[in-house]
Structures are given as C-alpha cells and as structure tokens.
Design a protein around this ligand. Structure first.
Ligand SMILES: [Mn+2]
Length: 384
C-alpha cells in the first residue's frame, strides 16, 4: 500500500542546508506481465505520473537538485515516446539540476536513451564507471557514476575516496550487502558495497537505488520504488526530501508520489454455506479498498460451493481499477478420513495419494483438492 507518510513539505530548507529530492527504481515502460493489457497500460501511465509528481514536489519545496539513483526506465523496453516524455519533463523544470546515476536496468551505453537524448542543460547524466564529482554549489559535491551494462558492475565504493573539502553526497545504484537478504535471494549483487564504506570513503551520505524497499540507514538512503511493480512489493518507497546541513548530517522525509493504491486483501471464507454468502462476504471485505487489489481467499471452502474466479473478480467492476483473485491459500473442507474409507473411485484416489511417499505435504493437499473437485465434476479448478 502506498500512502502519504508525511504531510506536505511546506517549509524551506534552513540556510546553509542543501535540499535534494531523491527518486529511484521507477522502471518506466516495465511490461507488467502479470496484468491484463489495459491494466499494464494504466500502470505505465502511473509511473510517468509519479515522475511528474516528483518534479512538481521538487519545485514546490525549493529543492536545490533532483537526484535519480538508477532504474528510471528499462533499457530493453523504453519507447521513443517515453524518452521524449523524459526530455520534456526535465526541460520543464530547467534550471533545476537533475542528476542521474544510471542503474542496471537503465545502464549507460552508446545506444542508451541516457546517451542519445538531447537533454536540456539542467540534466547531468553521470556516464563514468567510477564516481566523479559534480559541484552543485561551493562546498557541496555530488559524486555519481553509472552502470555500463545489465550485470557484473563492481562496487562503486571499492577503492574510492573523496579528494576535497566540503560536504559530499554519493549517488549510485548498488546493493548494500546486509540488505540483500531483505530483498530476497533472487536479487543479484549488482555493484555491492558495505554500509561502512560510505563514511570510510569520505562521503557524508549516499543516495542509492536498486532495492525496492525504502531504507533510512545512518549514512545511506534507499528511496524505494515509488510505484509498486508487482503485488507483494512493500510499496513503502517514494520521493525523499533530503535536507543536508553544513556538517553533512541529513533529515529525510518520504513523500508519496503515487496516486493509485495497490494492495493485498485477505478474506477468510470459512463457514460460508453457499456461493452467494461467500460473494457477499468478499464484497463487504473489499469495501475499504481502491485501486489495484490482489484478493487472497483463505480458510476452508465448503465442498458444496462452486466458485468461479470471474464471478469474484466482477465484484470489483466499477469500484476498483483491477481485482486479481488468488486462491492458493484456500483449502476445501473435505472429510478425508471418511472419504478414504469409501469403496469408490474417490476412496481409491485418496488412498493412492496418501500412500505416495514421493509427494511432499503441500503437493499432496493440492492433488487431493484438485482431484476431488474434478471427481465432483467441478470446473473451478486451480491449475495444479
Ligand atoms: Mn536495479
């Protein structure tokens, strides 16, 4: 669920403080393969809107710069229209500096949009593999770098140290090592770094992209993805207003730049006696939801109920932008002890599955449920 976590930022940065608005992992033009075509289109439009809202925010809070920490778009997917959109919205906030550190999805290369677009003069794309300085103002330096390919980028803080006085902010796309577990094991260690290396290098703070979960660490910040790309993502990211004082310490405020909510709802259907009762329970359970919703049915479904996903999905029509129904946590309340005693095909089926030692318990339950539904002549089966 993406929501407003702070009120509008109405104050101005105190004098001597530099105000940065940070964003990462927008993934413009991501395909949303899980979604129907029209929902995918809607979400891609939402992503653009998140960027526009970020730039509006930056202007209204008097930011000194916008920093983009990578994966703003996807190299394989970005359309000429999206490139033109980027060019236009960046141009519209000129002379507000926009600093870009390309990530593993929007890596910098000769053919990349970061490289081929004729950006307005306020746009600075870091194109070097090593961190290089950009002097935002006297005594305030932003160090940025780029991924040059979709994988195998070494850590940006390896063998790096600042070489001048003042306040130093790092900007790159990479994996803080301790955070890898939090993101799940399928995240490859792109440009890994140790949290302690930020201070050790002489940087006061680093704005880092790649992890979709927001993180407010002592000396680094992951904005998190501002607009979720799939159900199950934490959805706690956004644009971050970072105020950095003359000693290099930071104050951070996350601001939601996503208009449409994306959420998970679980509804227990245990005890529903027929389909109508179940559908009303779901309808009531969805009353507080809006936007895109993944509904997970849980509990025990009465064997008498014939449940078709399309009927449940219709409950969202007109009120929600999209409703996905998931029944993987739903079991059917068969009386297996009684059924396995039956001298029937059904009884034999249960005995065979129960006695098959090659099956793990989850598979066994799924086969039994699916098989019994099939033997009952139901067509509302999950694909096993
Ligand atoms: Mn990434």
């Amino acid at each position: 669920m993406t929501e407003e976590r702070v009120g509008p930022v109405t104050d101005r940065a105190p004098s001597g403080t530099t105000r940065i608005v940070a964003l990462s992992d927008l993934h413009l033009d991501t395909p949303f393969a899980w979604a129907p075509i029209e929902v995918g289109r809607l979400r891609r439009q939402d992503l653009r809107q998140s960027l526009s809202a970020t730039l509006t925010l930056a202007t209204s809070v008097g930011a000194d710069a916008v920093v983009l920490a990578g994966d703003i778009y996807e190299h394989e997917r970005i359309t000429p229209d999206t490139a033109a959109f980027l060019r236009r919205v960046f141009d519209e906030v000129d002379p507000l500096p926009i600093l870009v550190a390309p990530g593993n999805h929007d890596w910098f290369g000769r053919s990349s949009v970061w490289s081929t677009t004729d950006w307005s003069p306020n746009v600075k794309v870091f194109d070097s593999r090593g961190l290089v300085p950009f002097s935002l103002r006297d005594g305030f330096t932003i160090w940025g770098a780029a991924h040059h390919g979709p994988a195998n980028t070494p850590g940006f803080l390896d063998e790096f140290s600042v070489d001048r006085d003042g306040v130093h902010l790092g900007l790159f796309h990479g994996s803080e090592r301790a955070g890898l577990q939090l993101e799940g094991s399928d995240k490859e260690p792109h440009a890994p770094f140790e949290a302690a290396a930020v201070a050790a290098s002489g940087l006061h703070h680093a704005i880092v992209g790649h992890f979709h979960r927001r993180r407010e660490a002592t000396d680094h910040t992951y904005p998190g993805n501002p607009s979720v790309l799939a159900f199950g993502e934490p959805g706690d990211g956004g644009a971050v207003v970072v105020d950095m004082d003359s000693t290099g310490s930071v104050t951070r405020r996350w601001v939601s730049v996503s208009k449409r909510s994306v959420g998970d709802v679980e509804i227990d259907v245990t005890g529903c006696l027929d389909r109508d009762e179940l559908l009303s329970r779901v309808e009531v359970g969805l009353l507080d939801s809006s936007g895109l919703v993944r509904l997970t049915l849980t509990g025990e479904l009465s064997p008498d109920i014939e449940l078709v996903d399309a009927e449940v999905e219709q409950l969202g029509t007109g009120r929600l932008d999209h409703l996905v129904v998931r029944r993987s946590k739903l079991s059917v309340a068969y009386d297996l002890e009684a059924l396995r005693e039956e001298a029937t095909v059904r009884g034999q089926f249960i005995r065979n599955v129960v006695n098959d030692v090659s099956l793990d318990e989850a598979t066994r339950q799924r086969i039994i449920t699916t098989g019994l539904r099939a033997l009952d002549g139901r067509r509302d089966l999950d694909v096993a």
